[in-house]
Design a protein around this ligand. Structure first.
Ligand SMILES: Cc1cc2nc3c(=O)[nH]c(=O)nc-3n(C[C@H](O)[C@H](O)[C@H](O)COP(=O)(O)OP(=O)(O)OC[C@H]3O[C@@H](n4cnc5c(N)ncnc54)[C@H](O)[C@@H]3O)c2cc1C
Length: 465
């Protein structure tokens, strides 16, 4: 890193790029880090590879084009394939950027724009080959132009199943069924947010239209209760659920299939913020554990800002707004003031962000997990797929008085595998919080320590810290 670098941004998705654009405009030397080979995060990464013409014409797509242009103009220093694996107080990050080993980078101000990952709900058979995540399916389609299978069942809740069904049909695949745990009336909440959310309504309408033309419809209030198969997926068992999320006996149905894609919403990536010591907040209407920020996006740590999904799940538009707000807030702190029209620009962005927070509540209500989601699980259901920990072992640990997330982790090894609890951590939190057979426990995230991401022993051995 150049010695003049003053700001480090972790995450080159819409939030990180928007922060970098503002800082570049103000002449503040900034380094953008991302673990992927291409910048752009979940929404813009494929456009970076395929050229910005592939970006949609909506507002995030338009903004994406200008952000990518700013990157190409080389006003922004960027290091890709670089994962931040640790933090050394007060002002150093440990970065693994491949050959040369882990190095230490200093910052004056830090932006955590680390995005989100997919959330999963377990059920018997969810670890069978042939069962994949909606995000994984999207990655194959958008990244490589390959369908996961010629025909597939898509299930879960929230906006992802319908969006994926639209993608599959657009790419000439067949959709056997789209199963959604939420009621169709829940989606009407989006209409209340018109006209600001018109592009999202139109996008949903387009996917729905494609589905109807293919002779399919979304089966609402339907849960996937089991995936069956010998060695790989052969059949999916579904069941109707009532308004409280309980399975309605006698509604079970089998669908023969070799491919099932699941999407149950997202989980904010807060682990780096945890490591840096930022205060967190448990807010189900924001997506679970999020970084607590003020209206300038500053966290509880001085000159550490968070933007995008880590402050609450609400999509690309909020991420772009928050990135720009964090950028301007840093300019104000490092230069001691904002120039001419910037205070008004900051107030405008903050007002627009408030409007996006309404969408945030809507989105996270659609994917909220209820206690009933867990009561039909059999004791053999695998919760931690890396360490093969089953629900029965978790219940047994709780029975021995280990009622907290760290307690269950130590007793069962749940979360100690290669994914470091990224998949099962939120599931375990919800089981301990909500399972009707267990005493309600306070939610708590897994504790974190470096390395925050898997890193090779060779890179650690060559560490330059
Ligand atoms: C699997 C998936 C599929 C999605 N599909 C859609 C969709 O179809 N339509 C839609 O509108 N929205 C979709 N979203 C949501 C959308 O991607 C987000 O709303 C948007 O990208 C938020 O922007 P962001 O900048 O906050 O985060 P992101 O775009 O996620 O960017 C964060 C970046 O930070 C990087 N990062 C994280 N931790 C580290 C670290 N320690 N070191 C280095 N880099 C790090 C990540 O790899 C990522 O590139 C999807 C999200 C996911 C997770």
């Amino acid at each position: 890193m150049s010695t003049e670098t003053r700001v480090i941004i972790v995450g080159a998705g819409p939030a990180g790029l928007a922060a970098a654009e503002v800082l570049a405009e103000k002449g503040i030397k900034t380094l953008l880090l991302d673990e992927n080979r291409q910048p752009g995060g979940q929404l813009l990464r494929f456009a970076a590879a395929a050229g910005t013409k592939s970006l949609s014409r909506n507002r995030v797509g338009q903004k994406g084009r200008s952000l990518m242009a700013c990157l190409q103009s080389s006003k922004i220093d960027i290091l890709t394939s670089a994962q931040v694996i640790g933090f050394q107080a007060p002002d150093r990050l440990w970065v693994d950027a491949g050959p040369g080993g882990v190095r230490e980078l200093r910052f004056e101000a830090l932006v955590l724009a680390t995005g989100a990952r997919e959330r999963f709900l377990p059920f018997p058979g969810w670890t069978l080959p042939g069962v994949i995540s909606s995000g994984g399916a999207q990655l194959l389609i958008k990244g490589s132009g390959v369908l996961p299978a010629a025909e597939m069942v898509i299930g879960g809740c929230g906006v992802l199943p319908l969006a994926l069904a639209g993608e599959v049909l657009k790419n000439k695949g067949r959709v056997q069924a789209v199963l959604d745990e939420s009621a169709w009336a829940d989606s009407l909440g989006l209409l209340r947010l018109l006209p600001r959310q018109l592009p999202r309504v139109l996008q949903g309408g387009l996917s729905l239209g494609r589905l109807l033309l293919a002779g399919r419809r979304v089966r609402h209030r339907t849960r996937i209760v089991q995936a069956r198969g010998d060695k790989r997926l052969e059949e999916v068992v579904t069941a109707g659920i009532d308004a409280r999320g309980r399975v309605i006996p006698g509604t079970e149905r089998e669908i023969e299939t070799r491919s099932l894609a699941l999407g149950y919403g997202f989980v904010p990536n807060i682990e780096l913020a945890q490591e840096v010591g930022c205060d967190l907040l448990f807010a189900p209407d924001k997506g679970g554990w999020v970084v607590r920020v003020d209206e300038c996006l500053q966290s509880s740590q001085d000159l550490v800002f968070a933007a995008g999904e880590p402050t609450g799940l609400a999509g690309g538009r909020k991420a772009v707004l928050e990135g720009a707000i964090a950028g301007l807030s840093i300019v104000s702190r490092l230069k001691g003031r904002l120039e001419s029209k910037d205070p008004r620009r900051l107030a405008f962005l903050q007002g627009r962000r408030q409007q996006e927070l309404d969408f945030e509540s809507f989105l996270n209500r659609l994917t909220r997990v209820t206690a009933s989601g867990y009561c039909s699980l059999s004791p053999e259901t695998i919760v931690c797929r890396c360490e093969q920990v089953r629900l029965a072992e978790i219940k047994e640990a709780v029975g021995r008085g280990l009622t907290t997330v760290p307690g269950v982790k130590k007793a069962t090894r749940c979360g100690m595998g290669i994914c470091q609890g990224r998949t099962c951590g939120p599931i375990l939190t919800d089981i301990l919080r909500l399972h009707p057979d267990l005493p309600a426990a306070d939610p708590s995230p897994f504790s974190v320590r470096p390395p925050l991401k898997p890193v090779s022993v060779g890179d650690l051995a060559e560490a330059n810290v």
